[in-house]
Design a protein around this ligand. Structure first.
Ligand SMILES: NC(=O)c1ccc[n+]([C@@H]2O[C@H](COP(=O)([O-])OP(=O)(O)OC[C@H]3O[C@@H](n4cnc5c(N)ncnc54)[C@H](OP(=O)(O)O)[C@@H]3O)[C@@H](O)[C@H]2O)c1
Length: 231
């Protein structure tokens, strides 16, 4: 089934790989990007792709993104949240570092929340709406000494569960994608796993593309993707 898919975070990293995969799979894409000009000269410069200015911290841009999809394609029946940030803010954060916590909340939690709220009528009316959310293994357990990022991802996981509960009877299926390290700029500082041993964005994109083909009765709620054994 060809879908019209709203995707955030497609300028680079996982979102970029997902957008390229879904375009190759024959879907129409409406991409929310802070800088739409970055698609020029890339495989995503296509008549099947609509780039729209979108900053996850600006709620009115969530409404504008959905309106643009409605004008362009008559609606949208899938939403993929890939935009996100990582700050390594510790439990005992320094004075002033609370700004990082506020940004984590705004981008990682409220961004998906505002956009889901805006797209909900479209997803609901399709009868087979899909929402995929790049959460993280950090939305299921806490490791290491950073507190701010996993706190935002646990909240995002709670948002996924709320979306699943409220959308299920309307045919909306939600999948929380929970990778450990993925080889993107976000994981460049990680030394415990070499980048070639991390999950590659293209492999996640393939998985997420296949998920979109599943019928309402077969969509998993959560997919954990580990690049290294966790006991
Ligand atoms: N990489 C990992 O190891 C890993 C593991 C688990 C989960 N995740 C999650 O997967 C998602 C994607 O991560 P990634 O690895 O692809 O990261 P990335 O390579 O750093 O890309 C982040 C993406 O988010 C966008 N973004 C950031 N802030 C934004 C904002 N305020 N408004 C709109 N877009 C914004 C960026 O756009 P710009 O180009 O405009 O900055 C970029 O497209 C994130 O939610 C992340 O937490 C990543």
């Amino acid at each position: 089934m060809q879908r019209t898919v709203l995707i955030t975070g497609a300028s680079r990293g996982i979102g970029r790989a997902v957008a390229e995969q879904l375009l190759a799979n024959g879907h129409r894409l409406c991409l929310g990007l802070r800088d739409p000009a970055r698609l020029k000269g890339t495989p995503l410069e296509s008549e099947c792709v609509l780039p729209v200015p979108y900053d996850a911290g600006q709620p009115e841009q969530a409404e504008a993104l959905v309106d643009a999809a409605i004008r362009w394609a008559g609606g949208a029946d899938a939403l993929i949240h890939c935009a996100g940030i990582l700050h390594r803010t510790p439990l005992l954060f320094a004075d002033g570092q609370e700004a990082e916590l506020e940004e984590l909340w705004r981008v990682n939690v409220m961004g998906p929340w505002w956009l889901t709220r805006a797209a909900w009528p479209q997803l609901r009316s399709s009868g087979h709406g899909r929402i995929q959310v790049l959460v993280s293994m950090s939305g299921t357990r806490v490791k290491g000494r950073m507190a701010g990022y996993p706190v935002s991802k646990f909240a995002l996981m709670a948002l996924c569960q709320s979306m699943r509960n409220e959308g299920f009877d309307h045919g909306i299926r939600v999948t929380a994608i929970c990778p450990s390290w993925v080889n993107t700029a976000m994981a460049q500082w990680v030394s415990s796993v070499p980048s070639e041993s991390m999950t590659q964005p293209q492999d996640l994109a393939c998985l997420m593309g296949n998920l979109l083909d599943l019928p309402n009765a077969a969509v998993p709620f959560e997919i954990a993707v580990n690049c290294a054994l966790e006991t």
